[in-house]
Write a protein that binds this ligand. Structure first.
Ligand SMILES: Nc1nc2c(ncn2[C@@H]2O[C@H](COP(=O)(O)OP(=O)(O)OP(=O)(O)O)[C@@H](O)[C@H]2O)c(=O)[nH]1
Length: 730
């Protein structure tokens, strides 16, 4: 019986059907050979868990661990904070790989897409499974680049907890804020890991402060670093008052020394740790009444007598309640601090039964993931993460349930509990449960197959990629008939292009990358239209009057209103047709053919000759709305991006001068260690290809993060230049 199964759709090659027993080893082995191109060079298949030879037995033990011993967690962070490196260390220390993968050498387990290996970045989330001290951990490594923010969000939906990784020399960065907000939205308890403690400029204090200030979170300091930057050699466990030192001679970090802090050998460190522990106890007591009672009743005289386990249990509760976040530190690259991080994952993050889910779900074919390798499994108990294949109509963000009636029951329950928003929707809509929020694409470009005969193959490839990645939008240009790709950023579209080539064997041609503008109207206008057509012996006759007026919504979905004079009976038969006519008209504005935002359409009158088809009603309404939009005063809106550039002091001036030329609006310049952080806004049209320019300007020392902030009105001069360029006048 499957229950509480959360679906996390990824496109992977599946392996032939296998049952988990020894007889099937050969089959697994054969399929792994077929998957060989994905397996990192220099890595041994036998290092993959539970898939080979004798190791296959271990799958029995890991498939069905008790639910309390399962942790479904994600790793999330700003780009380059070290998620993949940390994941590699985790897999190594938990015994699931026999060598340490390195992003810089392109041989990690979780970055298994060719593009990830080549670029040293994570694009697609990878799921891996391993055991740690009797716990089963399902872990998802998510991308840090802002172009793949949807990928992060779809992972968060299936997780019970997350580890947020920070670069200790940078603290909270732009994308950390985004993923933190996403985790807030999905109520995911977190622990923080301050990575790169070995790096020049690393500062535990600075990073903790930035968590407090920028994330508005309460950090619980469970560790203190021993040394910083070049001198970093270990951590102090504040809860147990022990020091953990990694032997600098042992380069894989497997062995380390854990010793109680003693007055004789470490008087200073002991004093500092005792103070930190007392502060931690007070902080947790403030947040947890049960713990406060315990401390007051039994240990108020001497906090030293409070057993570590009592404090750990209270920290677990506080973490689950999300009133504070445990903070740990280390250096994944230098192999320090990873084992205590794993202990903290099992100790403080929730098991699936502690994370409240509404539904029980059932599905027929399941695969146990290990990055790009899978084993089909016969069943799965509650609380696990698995992959499923072959679902034809299911896309990322959907919730799969056992039956419509259970979904309706769940929806009714949600409604009773206050989610009234579905109340007025029809039944089909009510069974749709909370999905992932799909960000609006800001770039588009045309894509063409090498020959017309390959068009169906291209359509198939795009359909598959879209199901996996809903932030990729595909549409047909009605004028040219060309296929248009809409995506989150330059890198996003580049990767899609590359994947079509590598995974579907199709060489395609991309047109120039263009900014996705929008349009709006500035005044109210009315228009009337009549459609009178006879097809065969049937007359289709519609007369309609609409009014278009500007409103403030920041949405491309038009608000639709009906005048009181329109009878309910008429609306009943034609409402869907009217809606679709209005929507299609607003998808292509009169200025640039871009979506129209911030507009309300009122239907003032409608007469329909009996026998008129709904298609004709829709066509007439659409034409009439387009007429009205054309008559109005119009305005182009352009995407305004929020930008954060981190740059060494010496390069600040050229970066600022360059941004000024790009219509950049600088809001603030912060100091972060030896770096300056420039925060501001810049129109997307002026920031295309910025990574190359920034690299040249700063000799590769700067990084930046870009995110859609809003759509803003263009000034008339810029708008005219754009319109002239589009119409071929300049
Ligand atoms: N000094 C130092 N460098 C590190 C550490 N961890 C990772 N790095 C380096 O930081 C860079 C980024 O590491 P990744 O592990 O790819 O980071 P990521 O967060 O997975 O990156 P994305 O997936 O692209 O967001 C690489 O060059 C790593 O070698 C660390 O503890 N110390």
């Amino acid at each position: 019986m499957l229950s509480n199964l959360r679906i996390f759709a990824v496109s992977h090659q599946t392996i032939p059907s296998v049952h988990v027993n020894n007889i099937c080893c050969y089959k697994v082995r054969a399929s792994l050979k077929r998957l060989k191109p994905h397996v990192p060079l220099g890595r041994n298949y036998s290092s993959l868990p539970g898939l080979i030879g004798n190791d296959i037995k271990s799958l029995h033990s890991i498939i069905n661990p008790p639910i309390a011993k399962i942790r479904n967690i994600g790793i999330m962070a700003h780009i380059d904070a070290g998620k993949t490196t940390t994941t590699e260390r985790i897999l190594y220390y938990s015994g699931y790989t026999r060598s340490l993968g390195d992003v810089d050498d392109g041989d990690t387990v979780t970055d298994f897409m060719a593009q990830e290996r080549e670029r040293g970045i994570t694009i697609q989330s990878a799921a891996v499974t391993f055991d740690w001290k009797g716990y089963r951990v399902n872990l998802i490594d998510t991308p840090g680049h802002v172009d793949f923010t949807l990928e992060v969000e779809r992972c968060l939906r299936v997780l019970d907890g997350a580890v947020a990784i920070f670069d200790a020399s940078a603290g909270v960065e732009a994308q950390t804020l985004t993923v933190w907000r996403q985790a807030d939205k999905h109520n995911i308890p977190r622990i923080c890991f301050l990575n790169k403690m070995d790096k020049t400029g690393a500062s535990f204090k600075y990073a903790v402060e930035s968590i407090r200030e920028k994330l508005k979170a309460k950090p619980l300091l469970l560790q203190l670093p021993i040394g910083e930057a070049k001198t970093f050699k270990g951590v102090v466990d504040v809860v147990t008052k022990e020091k953990l030192l990694w032997n600098s001679d042992s380069n894989d970090g497997k062995d380390f020394e854990r010793k109680p802090l003693l007055e004789m050998s470490d008087p200073e460190l002991l004093k500092e740790t005792t103070e930190a522990r007392n502060a931690l106890i007070e902080q947790v007591a403030d947040l947890d009444d049960e713990f406060a009672d315990l401390v007051l009743e039994e240990f108020s005289e001497n906090f030293d007598l409070l057993p570590a386990e009592k404090l750990q249990t209270a920290i677990h509760r506080v973490t689950l309640a999300q009133t504070a976040v445990p903070v740990l530190c280390g250096s994944a690259l230098k192999n320090k601090g990873i084992q205590p991080l794993l202990d903290a994952v099992t100790m403080y993050l929730p098991s699936p039964e502690e994370h409240n889910y509404e539904f029980l779900e059932r599905i027929s074919r399941l695969l146990l993931p290990f990055a790009d390798q899978h084993v089909e499994i016969p069943l799965l108990t509650a609380g696990n993460i698995a992959l499923t294949v072959g679902l034809k109509h299911t896309a990322t963000g959907d919730t799969i349930v056992s039956s419509k009636s259970s979904a309706l029951a769940a929806a009714r329950r949600a409604e009773r509990e206050g989610e009234k928003k579905h109340k007025h929707n029809n039944e089909a809509e009510r069974v749709l449960l909370a999905g992932v929020e799909i960000p609006e694409p800001v770039f588009f470009c045309t894509i063409e197959p090498p020959s017309v005969s390959k068009q169906p193959d291209l359509e198939h490839a795009l359909k598959c990629l879209q199901r996996e990645d809903p932030s990729l939008k595909v549409r047909l240009d009605p004028d040219s008939g060309q296929t248009v790709l809409c995506g989150m950023g330059e890198l996003h579209i580049e990767i899609i292009h590359d994947r079509i080539k590598r995974e579907y064997g199709l060489e395609t041609y991309l047109g120039p990358l263009q900014v996705a503008y929008r349009e709006t109207i500035l005044n109210s206008v009315r228009a009337t239209d009549t459609l009178d057509r006879t097809l065969g012996d049937k007359r289709h006759l519609v007369t309609v009057e609409v009014e278009a007026r500007p409103i403030e919504t920041s949405s491309v979905t038009p608000v639709i209103e009906y005048a009181e004079s329109i009878s309910e009976g008429l609306l009943k038969v034609s409402q869907e047709a009217i809606k679709s006519g209005i929507h299609s008209a607003c998808l292509q504005g009169p200025l640039l053919g871009s979506p129209v935002q911030d507009v309300a359409i009122t239907l003032h009158s409608l007469t329909i000759h009996p026998g008129t088809s709904t298609t004709m009603i829709s066509a007439c309404v659409s034409r009439c709305v387009q007429k009205a939009l054309k008559k109005a005063d119009k305005q182009v809106l352009e995407p305004l991006m929020s930008l954060e550039v981190t740059v060494a002091r010496d390069y600040l001036s050229p970066v600022l001068a360059d941004l000024a030329q790009r219509r950049g609006n600088i809001q603030e310049i912060q100091t972060r260690q030896d770096n300056k952080v420039v925060i501001g806004f810049v129109p997307l049209a002026d920031i295309m290809g910025y990574s190359t320019v920034l690299r040249t300007l700063t000799s590769g020392s700067a990084t930046f993060a870009l995110e859609l902030s809003t759509y803003q009105a263009m000034n008339s001069q810029d708008q005219n230049t754009l319109l002239n360029r589009r119409s071929g006048l300049t």
